[in-house]
Design a protein around this ligand. Structure first.
Ligand code: ADP
Length: 331
């Protein structure tokens, strides 16, 4: 997750909530979660002032969602120097064409036309991403469908590395598999995908009054202009929120009431707000239990643990690439 602002409900449902489930499943997974501050530089290099404060906010959002630093390694990318090291080495073997073909490369250049993204760093960000993953030699990467292409490229880079180099006759960078997590596309208040870049978000830190106010201004089924018009929750962004957050009982009331014009949009939005407030309440309570000093300590400890694990991989990478004279030299 990039530290470009506080996290919103889309980030929560699309990513964080799944991560918490993985962490909670009988300690089956040894999970690493990090704040990708180096990735924030790919677009925000000209003004870096927001990156450190946002890193703390995102860490708080992680903890508020229920990530547990005792069970998962939570760290900051820039504090683990191996994230600078492996991209250089993988960059040597990654063909330019692979990077130019990444769908988000063109897309983001078009979407962020006010920023000059014709940089080496921006073109190379999938190599950084591949390194972020491969440094931990993981079996799985838990991502939604929208991120599958990045993991596929990571697998290709790993495969190419393993073809060129081996350590003690074995592969150093196992190809990680996608662990597909459900990522329902949550709409924002304007009906488009909820996104920081659109200014249409409901943040995980929004107070009840703010949530209710934002819901009031949310767009609805365009066919339902007057209170007496019948509507369709399947064509309404508020209906989409109900599908994700409301109970089956409320959802049934929404379908009945909307399709028969038995309820108005204001009432329906009130129910959606109730559901959101209920989801957010425990999250916000947990957030309030952490001080800034505690968060910094958690990130420091997580980054130390991540460094230890990543160093092990880098030792194998260096040996496989024959960059060490002997095991003892240098590092
Ligand atoms: P943003 O568009 O707000 O900048 P990011 O692109 O940083 O969000 O997304 C971080 C993670 O959150 C990704 O895993 C992405 O799939 C998920 N995510 C973001 N917005 C949504 C949304 N509206 N619905 C579902 N998941 C989302």
């Amino acid at each position: 997750m990039r530290p470009t602002g506080k996290l919103h409900l889309g980030n929560y449902m699309g990513a964080l909530a799944n991560w918490v489930k993985l962490q909670d499943q009988d300690a089956q997974y040894d999970c690493y979660f990090f704040i990708a501050d180096l990735h924030a530089l790919t677009t925000d290099y000209a003004d870096t002032s927001g990156i450190a404060p946002n890193t703390l906010e995102v860490a708080l959002d992680f903890l508020a969602a229920g990530l547990d630093p005792e069970r998962s390694t939570i760290f900051v990318q820039s504090q683990v120097k191996q994230h600078y090291e492996l991209p250089l080495l993988l960059g040597m073997i990654t063909p330019l064409g692979w990077l130019e073909r990444v769908p988000s490369y063109k897309e983001m250049q078009d979407n962020l036309a006010t920023k000059d993204l014709t940089t080496y760093g921006f073109l190379g960000y999938p190599v950084l991403m591949a390194s972020d993953i491969l440094l931990y030699q993981p079996q799985f990467v838990p991502v939604g469908q929208d991120q599958q292409a990045h993991v596929e490229l990571t697998r290709e880079i790993a495969r190419r590395f393993n073809q060129f180099y081996k350590f003690d006759g074995r592969e150093v960078l196992p190809e990680p598999k996608v662990l597909l997590t459900p990522s329902p596309k949550l709409p924002g208040t304007d009906g488009r995908k909820m996104s920081k870049s659109y200014g249409n978000t409901i943040q995980m830190t929004d107070a009840e009054a703010v949530v209710r106010q934002k819901l009031k201004t949310m767009v609805t089924d365009p066919a339902r202009v007057r209170r007496t018009d019948k509507g369709d929750p399947d064509k309404c962004p508020v209906g989409d929120l109900h599908k994700v957050f409301s109970t089956a009982e409320t959802l049934a009331k929404v379908y009945d009431g909307c399709r028969s014009a038995g309820i108005g949009c204001i009432e329906c939005k009130g129910w959606a707000a109730d559901a959101l407030v209920q989801i957010l309440q425990p999250i916000q309570e947990r957030r309030a239990s952490y001080s800034t000093a505690m968060v910094k300590e958690i990130l420091k400890d997580g980054s130390r643990r991540a460094r230890t694990r990543a160093e092990q991989t880098m030792h194998e990478v260096h040996s496989a690439m024959q960059l060490t004279l002997t095991d003892e030299v240098g590092r």
